[in-house]
Design a protein around this ligand. Structure first.
Ligand code: MN
Length: 336
């Protein structure tokens, strides 16, 4: 992204003193790491900053938030006293509805909201949406912005941003990773931050029961005839049987991408009367476009959608139907 993008963003943020930073619901490490890094940098600039999310953080992220910088909206409303945000920064999404039902309601009285994000967005407003779709993670945008502020990276900032980029690139495996990404990573490592610690803290906290669930799910992995689409299905009963939660299945889908010739990896997950679908790709196949055709959205290499299961319909028939549609989209992409 060109320099004017960061200059514009910097100028806008510097105009305000009281700043609230939030991210999307069910935040991931990109949202959380970016929030924490930006908050620390802005505090060093003398700003008053609150990091507030719709809900409490999942416990897998508590090591990043050991000083409780990020609080839930409920906690914030109890402690904020007279704090009135002059500026609200929404990280890692570009829609206010994605901040959560409670957060959206809370923010409805604040007009001064900007978005810092890397998800595709069709109608950005220049002074409101700071979106760099080419950035591998929002963490990469925040890292570049912090450099623009001339705030040196601390070990803590480095860990937040490194984790953000690690998660959003599937450990540097996506085509979104560029020389810019690695140049920033090099600067983060200059702080003395340990990559093995950062990796193990986010990926290496599994229990034996999660390992058994992973084995079970992968054992039932399937492929289409052409062997270019692979999928796994996670049912509620599997989670129960292996004493695991949805959070434990977070990166399961990435295992499918190492299959030879696979173009699209799919993970279907039962969620009440819905089926949630995540898709991953590498190479030229744009699963973001396919997800959009299926009523969802996302990045070129990582996207998602949700299917309602109408009364009287079988969940597996919804999965089969969406797989044949995905195959149709894939074949038309391969033909063009
Ligand atoms: Mn992201």
């Amino acid at each position: 992204m060109d320099k004017s993008f960061y200059l514009g963003l910097k100028k806008y943020i510097l105009k305000h003193q009281n700043i609230l930073i939030t991210t999307h619901v069910v935040p991931d490490a990109d949202g959380i790491g970016s929030q924490l890094a930006l908050a620390e940098a802005l505090k060093k600039l003398g700003k008053t900053v609150f990091c507030v999310n719709d809900d409490e953080l999942d416990k897998r992220y508590s090591y990043l938030n050991s000083d409780k910088t990020i609080v839930s909206l409920e906690e914030y409303l109890n402690i904020k006293k007279k704090f009135q945000p002059e500026l609200v920064i929404v990280i890692d999404t570009n829609k206010i509805s994605r901040t959560g039902i409670k957060m959206k309601q809370y923010l409805s009285v604040y007009g001064n909201i900007i978005f810092i994000d890397h998800h595709p967005f069709e109608k950005p407003v220049e002074s409101k949406h700071f979106i760099d779709q080419t950035a591998a993670a929002t963490g990469q945008i925040i890292g570049t912005l912090i450099k623009e502020f001339k705030i040196p990276f601390s070990k803590n900032i480095a860990r937040g941003l490194y984790t953000a980029i690690l998660i959003d690139t599937n450990t540097f495996r996506y085509p979104s990773v560029t020389s810019e990404t690695h140049e920033l990573i090099a600067e983060l490592l200059e702080t003395g931050m340990k990559t093995t610690d950062a990796y193990n803290e986010i990926y290496g906290a599994k229990q034996l029961c999660n390992m058994h669930l992973l084995g079970y799910i992968l054992n039932n992995c399937q492929m289409n005839k052409s062997q270019n689409i692979a999928w796994i299905v996670i049912y509620d009963k599997d989670l129960k049987k292996f004493n695991s939660t949805i959070e434990d299945t977070h990166s399961y889908i990435n295992n499918l991408l190492i299959l030879q010739n696979v173009k699209i990896a799919c993970m279907f997950r039962e969620d009440g009367r819905r089926i949630r679908l995540s898709m991953r790709s590498h190479g030229d196949i744009d699963v973001g476009e396919i997800a959009e055709e299926l009523g969802g959205g996302g990045h070129a290499h990582s996207a998602a959608t949700v299917f309602e299961v109408p009364p009287g319909y079988d969940k597996n028939s919804i999965i089969e139907n969406s797989l044949s549609r995905i195959e149709g989209f894939l074949n038309s992409e391969l033909d063009s």
